[in-house]
Write a protein that binds this ligand. Structure first.
Ligand SMILES: Nc1ncnc2c1ncn2[C@@H]1O[C@H](COP(=O)(O)OP(=O)(O)OP(=O)(O)O)[C@@H](O)[C@H]1O
Ligand SMILES: [Mg+2]
Length: 268
């Protein structure tokens, strides 16, 4: 479970990237964050693995607040999948997947490629799970297509059996068919382990198809929190085009029906 409590982030130039975000995401939920560019989606995701330090408020995973003292141990439980894959291009596919062990393997053995047989067989099993045949194992990551590289990114993310997976626009640079395949892989791999997924997307259709829950952000605030079914065309318009929520038809302006979610006070 991830719990955000009154999270705020103001950058040194005065930009308020997050304004008083309070949110609980239960274990195993596939939660998609939508919102226009600059809404604060990446900033929110990066608060969960310590890549962004909030100005105030807390993020807790299973009740343990993220702090300099807990960050190292919590990081082992949080994996990230990146828009641009973040692989080391000149290294092999196998080495990139094994790099998922870095939070628990000393740096020198990792640099020398000294991973245990158990870790190697786990990397192979994960590559198989994401649909990459063994013939790719020793290819350089940079030789792979974007879709194949993201499969490697997913395998790497699951090496430590994370409880939380952060995916920041994981399919932004992929064609629609591959994008769907990649989201299915993330969803299935997470589902098998009951991992919680926080995934930012720009594709509304994919969000509706894959999400258990959609969080809509604008200007650093949560303006929608509900099921895909409750994310109506009018709400999409309001999120992206700035229509006032008060102007929505009554059916769209009323709170989402899913009992697990509530609309933010501004909308209720
Ligand atoms: N390191 C930084 N320094 C200063 N401002 C930043 C920094 N990172 C992000 N911001 C600002 O914080 C706000 C939120 O940015 P963020 O990257 O979280 O948006 P986003 O919703 O992920 O957008 P996109 O859809 O374009 O990825 C923006 O105004 C952005 O310019
Ligand atoms: Mg972003």
């Amino acid at each position: 479970m991830i719990h955000f409590s009154s999270l705020c982030k103001t950058w040194p130039d005065g930009t308020k990237a997050l304004s008083d975000i309070s949110l609980t995401i239960p274990r195993g939920q596939f939660c998609v964050i939508l919102g226009p560019s600059g809404a604060g989606k990446s900033t929110l995701l990066r608060s969960v693995n310590g890549l962004m330090r909030p100005s105030s408020g807390t993020v807790a995973i299973d009740g343990i607040p993220l702090s300099p003292a807990t960050e190292r141990s919590l990081r082992k439980r949080v994996a990230m999948i990146h828009q641009h894959f973040n692989l080391t291009g000149r290294m092999s596919v196998a080495a990139n997947v094994l790099a998922g062990m870095l939070p628990v393997v000393p740096t020198l053995p990792a640099l020398l490629g000294w991973y245990s047989a158990q870790h190697r067989s786990k990397a192979c099993a994960l590559l198989d799970q994401v649909g990459l045949a063994p013939l790719h194992l020793h290819r350089r990551a940079q030789e792979l297509s974007g879709g194949q590289q993201q499969r490697v990114g997913i395998a790497r993310a699951f090496m430590l059996d994370p409880e939380v997976v952060l995916a920041d626009e994981p399919v932004a640079s992929l064609d629609p068919k591959i994008a769907r395949d990649i989201l299915s892989l993330i969803r299935n791999a997470a589902g098998q382990r009951r991992a919680t997924v926080l995934c930012s997307l720009h594709q509304i259709d994919l969000a509706r198809e894959f999400a258990d829950r959609i969080i809509g952000m604008r200007d650093g605030k949560i303006v929608f929190d509900g099921t895909p079914a409750a994310f109506t065309d009018a709400r999409i318009d309001a999120l992206y085009h700035g229509a006032q929520w008060e102007d929505l038809p009554a059916a769209d302006a009323s709170p989402a029906k899913h009992p697990a979610f509530t609309l933010q006070p501004a909308l209720a």
